[in-house]
Design a protein around this ligand. Sequence first.
Ligand code: HEM
Length: 476
Amino acid sequence: MDTIFGRGREILARYSGGRCHYVSFWLGERPFLFVTRPEDVECLLSSCKHVVKPEIVYGLVSRFFGRGLITINGDEWRHHRRVLTPAFHFAVLEKYSGIFTRRAAHFAAQLTRDGPSASGESFDFMPLASTFVTDTVLETAFGLQGGEEHDAVGRREFIHATQNAFQIIADRIIKPWLMVESLFRLSPQSKVQDESDRVINKYAQLVIDLKRRQIEEQRRGAATDAADITDDDEDGVRRKLTFLDLVLGQQQDVLSDQEILNEVRTLIAVQQTSASTLSFIAVCLALHPDVQQRAREEVLSVDAEEGLTPLERLNRLKYVERVIKETLRLYPITPLLARSLSEELVLTNALTAKGPGPATLPAGLAVTLFVFQTHRDPKHWPQPERFDPDRFLPERSVGRHPYAYVPFSAGPRNCIGQRYAMLQMKAVVAALLRTAVLSPGNGCEKQDELDLNTNTFLYIKGGFNVKLRRLREHGC
Ligand code: HEM
């Protein structure tokens, strides 16, 4: 198990004669198949039939995300997806852009003002990014300002608990004995897991209670919505659009209290993917000063344009967007995606012993996409280890297989927060580049020496360490 998930890349290389395309294995009584080719990835992800996630992998992951949209299946998933979709509508994201920009400026200013980041020492970007994304989702998806005094302790505890829960899942997946619930229960991590669950649920409940109170006060005309994420419907009636307004402000319950709690927990926990990606971006910018400088010049030139809305400004940052995409290519936060075949799946253009052609996979098989390897396949990505944001220029993307790049997955179960995440990350990168120069921190001095964990969630084992030097004035 350790070898398969923890060092999947080497195993694929070893057992598939260096071509890294298919590896099959049994996990207990469950047959698994690893695939990496974009042609095969497309057959699986684009299918509306194969949207079920295997319990053996996602059961464990749900200990972190809760039983929300990411981990549920069947009609329950369809219903929740319908309920959540309006919360990520274009009109909503337009409103969120202003919040991202304001919060990102505050985050960057804080980094250069307080703590080791301000004194030029090497520091781990991840915990600070975690706090930032959590605060931001409170205001965006839940319409709560976040950062209030009475909430500060709960939030800190919550972030600590999510980090613990994240680490425990990563540990369990590479240690087979910890996958067995009865053995896990005997381990010291079990207590940490239970305590993390308690803190995470308590925090999610606190968020719901705060919002309920706010909605009640608004109904009585006693308070205004701090975030004011609203839109006019066809009849010109103002509708509130944050996720919690959508589910709590209805006459009829669209989700039960427990389901709301699960989704709140999921939406908060999933922010760790953005926090990790932001941390990888910080490391990549630090490792590539030329890229960093070019991105900064773009940010400053867009800053100089007048009369743009926050969304228009973020949309103008094309090079910054390519930097983010290239970071996600090399460091997709979920390096493995899996689906359980409830019926046969035909890989229409598989590499069979007789050459390219159709191959039928049996029902019951769990197919695992090794996205990390797909993103480094030299057939689609020349010099795959090279950090080169311009590979995402439109003219250099012509003819590339659309499923050669799936950091947000694709098809019916793609990431619902993809555009949210991209806008938020752009706002943070822009704010950082305006404020500071990044250089490599301890253990992150060389790209090819980053000590990566490639199972479940991708992260740098020793921390996302960078150093900051404050920019005295715009331009450097
Ligand atoms: C860089 C940041 C992010 C990355 C790389 C990312 C990636 C992904 C991936 C790969 C999946 C599919 C998981 C699977 O099939 O097992 C997914 C699903 C999902 N993501 Fe994201 N995500 C990011 C940020 C976000 C954000 C900010 C939100 C919410 C605000 C979000 C909400 C979700 C949800 C709810 C799902 C489940 C969708 C479904 O199954 O219908 N993600 N994400």
